[in-house]
Design a protein around this ligand. Structure first.
Ligand code: DLL
Length: 434
């Protein structure tokens, strides 16, 4: 089933027309109500009436996370507080949080795109959805919640944490869908085994996982652990939250809800717009949000876009699974590496669990990498020779597949802290050393 076939299956020309007129209205809105944007546009000699088609998007200025910080907390809002019905915030690693405001129509739009997302994964009113994303300023919990209610599913708003209770609700209330981060899904999967719960008591059939990068190999690992089909949901608070893009049953990339969020891929250095199929930084323009629209917002996420009809019937542009964030790229002896590439190598191996950490240090101006890999219970042995064999194999695979050398450190089962939200996979000690 397709939630909104008129929008999700529109032909390219119809889509561009929709985008063009929505963009025009959005430019007028930010020009009239947000001094930051008015100044930017005026500096380029652009007036609202000048922008009539989506092709002109590339003439417009970018918005960055720094711009959001500079206008903290409400400087980019287009409306008075009396019309803003919700505020979310994402806690950055440094400094002030990023604040996002929603009008009543924005909340409705959000529920619509999450309803589309859930429907895309084959979820319907007969499902019971355990929402184990955090409820609070983080957009995961409430975002999934409203979308799940919109499709008429039964929601278990359990939020994150308290793994024992998660398992009790999952089995007693017969949850058929689990929504949480992939790392927490992996943890719940291993906890089911650890608690000795019979797989027949778990009725899950679908997982809706996102909020952090995860590889195809991790997907297979989680699917095996939970005996489900796992789908990728992508989003970011600045744009709306979860529901910016979602995988359909063909699983050939995430369909972007481009009637509301227009994606572009740019070269992060030259800022030039790249062609479909080229890897670069994902940029979004929100054309229908009211309270805090964003013009060409640089996400720092790296991916590629693909157009062309999908077997599911949707024509919405697809984005590949994110390779990582520009700020997470490591340069190990001249080779560019993303943590997700390391994850692919580790998850291909049978002896490891889905829990690992990368410790990055800088020595003599070069990044060095230590990989902490948790060995599973079955393969954790007292024999140094056996463990050394596993270590050597990981070392060999990392070297031959990624072309980098790293220090591999095996650690015992359950020794890496489990995350309930976004996993902290990278421990960056570079700033301390410099
Ligand atoms: O993580 C929103 C969300 C909640 C998405 C629940 C999906 C599910 P933020 O906290 O603002 O919002 O973080 C956004 O997380 O720029 C990506 O770097 C990363 N991210 C989100 N989804 C995915 C995904 C939420 N499916 C940032 N794959 C984004 C890879 C993802 N990275």
């Amino acid at each position: 089933m397709i939630w909104n076939p008129q929008r999700e299956c529109a032909d390219r020309q119809q889509m561009q027309e929709m985008q063009g007129s929505a963009l025009q209205a959005m430019i007028r809105r930010i020009y009239n109500h947000v001094p930051f944007y008015r100044n930017r546009l005026m500096a380029l000699g652009i007036e609202p009436g000048d922008i009539t088609s989506v092709e002109q998007l590339r003439l417009l200025p970018f918005t960055t996370k720094a711009d959001l910080r500079d206008n903290y907390p409400f400087g980019l809002f287009t409306m008075p507080q009396s019309e803003v019905v919700r505020i979310h915030a994402s806690s950055g690693t440094t400094g002030k949080p990023t604040v996002v405001g929603y009008s009543r129509a924005d909340i409705e739009l959000w529920a619509e795109v999450v309803a589309r997302s859930l429907t895309m994964a084959g979820i319907h009113s007969g499902d019971t959805i355990q929402v184990a994303y955090g409820y609070g300023p983080f957009t995961g919990g409430l975002g999934l919640h409203y979308g799940a209610e919109k499709i008429g599913a039964t929601v278990i708003p359990i939020s994150t944490g308290n793994t024992k209770k998660q398992l009790q609700f999952m089995t007693d209330f017969r949850a058929s869908v689990l929504a949480c981060t992939p790392s927490y899904a992996a943890h719940l999967g291993e906890s089911i085994l650890k608690e000795g719960i019979s797989p027949d008591e778990v009725r899950l059939r679908i997982g809706v996982f996102g909020a952090e990068p995860w590889t195809g190999e991790m997907r297979r690992e989680i699917e095996k652990l939970l005996r489900i089909k796992a789908y990728d949901i992508y989003g970011l608070s600045e744009v709306i939250g979860p529901g910016v893009s979602m995988e359909c049953e063909c699983q050939c990339g995430n369909h972007v809800f481009e009637d509301h969020f227009i994606p572009e891929i740019i070269d992060p250095e030259t800022l030039e717009v790249l062609h479909d199929g080229e890897l670069g930084e994902l940029v979004f323009t929100t054309v229908s949000k009211e309270a805090m629209p964003l013009l060409r917002y640089r996400t720092r996420d790296l991916t590629r876009l693909h157009r062309g009809k999908c077997d599911c019937g949707r024509t919405l542009v697809r984005m590949e699974k994110c390779l990582g964030r520009t700020d997470d790229m490591l340069i190990i002896r001249g080779v560019n590496v993303f943590p997700s590439q390391v994850e692919s190598v580790l998850m291909e191996m049978d002896e490891t669990t889905p829990h690992y950490q990368l410790i990055v240090r800088r020595e003599h101006n070069l990044d060095t990498l230590e990989i902490r890999v948790e060995v599973d219970q079955q393969n954790w042995s007292d024999s140094i020779r056996e463990l050394e064999g596993i270590r050597r194999r990981i070392d060999h695979n990392i070297r031959s597949l990624l072309g980098i050398s790293a220090t591999i450190r095996l650690v015992e089962p359950y020794s890496i802290a489990r995350s309930e939200g976004k996993a902290q996979r990278i421990i960056d000690e570079r700033t301390k050393n410099n």
